[in-house]
Ligand binder design. Sequence first.
Ligand SMILES: [Fe+2]
Length: 382
Amino acid sequence: MNISKFVTPEIIFGLGSLSQIGESALRLGASKVFVVSDEGVINAGWVEKALHYLRAAGLGTEVFYSLTTNPKDFEVVQGADKYLESGCDAIVAVGGGSPTDVAKAIAILATNGGRLRDYEGINKITRPLPPMVMVPSTAGAGSEVSQFAIIVDTQRKLKMSIISKSLVPDIAIVDPELLITKDAKLAAATGMDALTHGIESYVSLAATPLTDIHALNAVRLISRNLQKAVENRQDMEANTNMAMASLSAGIAFSNAILGATHAMTHQVDGLLDEHHGEANASILPHVMEFNLPACPERFRDIAGAMGKGVKGKRVMDAAEMAIEAAREIIEDIGLDKGLAELGLKQEFIPTLSRNAVNDACLVTNPRDASVDEIEGIFRKAL
Ligand SMILES: [Fe+2]
């Protein structure tokens, strides 16, 4: 039997759609909302705008923003305590992948108790979560539509993947206007994350026709818009296309899961605290090389979506063009750096490799990878 399922929130997309946040929370039965964000997004003015719309809808509000890039377990514990004290009955996130993942993790602890580590892996959450509305301020993480929350376990120094259908937010509001306050470096790193989501979900063992459409759409849009969006942060057409790309990639990977690149970057992120998208840029082409013999037709499709002329080419030749296209994008947006340049020391590689084979994302990688093979990829990416 070949059974698959597909989950997605209600999605509100378009310039100015942040204005729907109050009505959206109200429809979910909220009376007081817990708004999770971070300092950068607050300084950009988006939280003030969101609070205006929430209060205009008659809702009480409480803001929590004590969190960092690559959100940590202890930040979630503080957030969950504050949520429980506040008397809130719904959670809203305004921000990139960090506030969104923290909002989801707060929802877990506040209603299911225990420690975050108890929920690592797939489908460990048993009690219902509060209603959740998510508004992304970056085009990359895709957390606003996904069943993932990725949080750093500070003791083990690695990122935990918590995957559960109950982490899919109720409503995702994707307003491309929020992207204009993101700087070029963040636009490049987050866009690279979205590209990695598109590619890994398309070659995933759990890919289905429903996820394929979204994965290829993301890859196509990113190939044509990421460089433009990085070079001109005011280009609203490129920003809007990147918002749609990130959304599509999020829908794809939420349902098809990811692969070895993410299994590896989750370890690097937990150790170095660099932007997840930069580590993806260093590792992705090497994982594509490793995976290519397992599914060359899939890589040929990716090359085609990235604008390479694959017609009439031998499958292996066409498939290799996908790696070439990925390298070109990475170079064009200035992320062509090895892991050593991001601060990774050679002596960490054996531990990172042992942890990577236990990451939930490796299960759907199209080619089995042993600890030694992962070590080999890490060394190439160094
Ligand atoms: Fe990612």
